[in-house]
Ligand binder design. Structure first.
Ligand SMILES: Cc1cc2nc3c(=O)[nH]c(=O)nc-3n(C[C@H](O)[C@H](O)[C@H](O)COP(=O)(O)OP(=O)(O)OC[C@H]3O[C@@H](n4cnc5c(N)ncnc54)[C@H](O)[C@@H]3O)c2cc1C
Length: 458
């Protein structure tokens, strides 16, 4: 039997969407979702599920969608994933579930992410919610950080009967979902709705609460039966080169926080200014770099360049984001590395010295290694530079708990059970890795909830 083609996702046209921050994908209609779900051949051993860090029952969820039983599909999705509308939109499915889909060998894999976003949106429109019955067990857990890892751990522990307090430094829960990923990829009404269930299900969310600053860590140790550290990796890495402190040079963190969390794209309705020039260069080619480039375009930049020392085929960004960026006119300047930035007499950046690279051998992770090509330095004129070289865990919290063991680069050390060197203190998410994916952080949160439950019961 011939395999049907994947049902395409309708999207805002590039020339229209570069002028707004609304969602790029427009979502499946019921007919489209059912038609896409019917492509699934319902494998006896669904390989797609092996690739999912929170172990969603993908095959059965898709079966329910194909049967038009969206309620059962949603409730099954929600039983393993606190935020299916979010992961459906931002997971790198092509590296995980969809990569293992057997249909991918002959045609395109099932569009698992978009189907899950569809079913979660359908539940929201139809007021279908998970009925969480909590039998209180009298024990208390404190969670530090309300990003994907902390949220997932909080929800799972709450379902097991724990009183959970979730401490978040910012004025909104969500972590990167709120301050990093732009609304055109992850609409904020979706995030707000998904996160509203934390409090509805009895998680005590304490915003503006910086553990180590206005909340004392020792107090948490005394007051709670266990602590889960999910503080993420919010500190930017810098090049350490000349010119990095010129005006017009941003870290991607600052740029994206201004745009997304502090709504600079709604200036002057929102009181957050942002200066974005006509010719913008973004260093790096991960999701953070592409988000920065696409935001700059929407803020009115005429030319936006991704400056990358490999080619985009080797980039860590999601394929969908690269395609969308190209459609939006982002220019990929490949095989170049930054050396330093040049500036005007009054301290504004006006260029970047780049050096060409070539591939020689492979690095420790098996990726092709770019090396600098001698005598290929050249100045590239720009008026804004955004540095998206990666992140490390924030040192503020770590400096307040010096007895907590970390790696030199700041990652928190844990044993096989997610426990740190401090009894009853567990950790997960980007705080361990320095940066991964939403669903990996959520997987960590789920696993940690299980071991915290076992620890407290013992
Ligand atoms: C711009 C950007 C785009 C991305 N795009 C994608 C994508 O498309 N797909 C994908 O899968 N992944 C993506 N990622 C990666 C993904 O978002 C992260 O891996 C994930 O959010 C990590 O979750 P976390 O809970 O560990 O940390 P975070 O999301 O960073 O959350 C940590 C939270 O802890 C809080 N916190 C820190 N210190 C304290 C303290 N002392 N007291 C109280 N609270 C504290 C922080 O304010 C923050 O809210 C992206 C990341 C960025 C930055």
């Amino acid at each position: 039997m011939a395999i049907k083609e994947r049902v395409p996702m309708r999207e805002q046209a590039p020339e229209k969407r570069i002028k707004n921050f609304d969602s790029v994908p427009l979502g499946y209609s019921i007919e489209e979702a059912v038609s896409e779900a019917k492509r699934c051949i319902q494998c006896k051993n669904p390989l797609c599920e092996i690739g999912c860090p929170v172990r969603m029952k993908i095959r059965d969820i898709i079966h329910y969608i194909a049967m038009e039983d969206f309620k059962s599909a949603f409730l099954l999705a929600k039983s393993d994933n606190a935020v299916p509308a979010i992961t459906g939109r931002v997971c790198p499915q092509e590296e995980q579930c969809e990569r293992k889909c057997i249909l991918g060998k002959q045609s395109k894999a099932i569009n698992i992410g978009k189907l899950f976003a569809f079913v979660a949106d359908w539940a929201r429109e139809n007021n279908v919610v998970e009925d969480v019955k909590v039998i209180e067990n009298g024990k208390k857990v404190a969670i530090v950080g309300a990003g994907p890892a902390g949220i997932t751990c909080a929800v799972d522990l709450r379902k097991l009967g724990y009183k959970v307090s979730l401490f978040e430094a910012l004025h909104m829960a969500g972590g990167v979902l709120q301050y990093g990923i732009p609304a055109f990829r992850l609409p904020r009404d979706v995030v707000d709705y998904e996160l509203s269930f934390l409090e509805k299900n009895g998680v005590d969310v304490e915003l503006n609460s910086i553990v180590g600053q206005n909340i004392d860590f020792e107090d948490l140790r005394n007051d709670y039966d266990a602590i889960y550290l999910a503080t993420g990796a919010g500190a930017p890495k810098f090049l350490g080169c000349a010119g990095e402190k010129l005006k017009g040079v941003y870290s991607a963190n600052e740029f994206l926080i201004r745009v997304n969390l502090m709504k600079a794209y709604k200036f002057p309705k929102w009181d957050t200014p942002i200066i974005c020039g006509d010719k913008v260069g973004v260093i790096g080619c991960g999701n953070v770099a592409l988000d920065s480039a696409r935001c700059a375009k929407r803020l009115g930049a005429k030319e936006v360049y991704i400056l990358y020392r490999r080619t985009k085929q080797h980039a860590p960004a999601r394929i969908e984001e690269i395609l969308h960026a190209e459609e939006e006119g982002i220019i990929f300047k490949e095989m170049v590395a930054p050396c330093y930035m040049t500036g005007t007499d009054d301290g504004w950046v006006n260029g970047i010295q780049l050096i060409k690279t070539e591939f020689k051998g492979v690095d420790k992770s098996g990726r092709k290694r770019p090396v600098n090509l001698e005598n290929s330095e050249h100045i590239f004129e720009l008026d804004t530079v955004i540095n998206a070289l990666g992140t490390t865990p924030n040192r503020l919290f770590l400096s307040k708990v010096p007895e907590l063991e970390t790696y030199d680069w700041g990652g928190i050390k844990i044993n096989d059970n997610y426990m740190t060197n401090m009894d009853g203190v567990f950790a997960g998410g980007d705080a361990l890795t320095g940066g991964s994916t939403v669903i990996e952080a959520m997987g960590n949160g789920r696993d940690a909830a299980k071991v915290i439950d076992e620890y407290i019961k013992k």
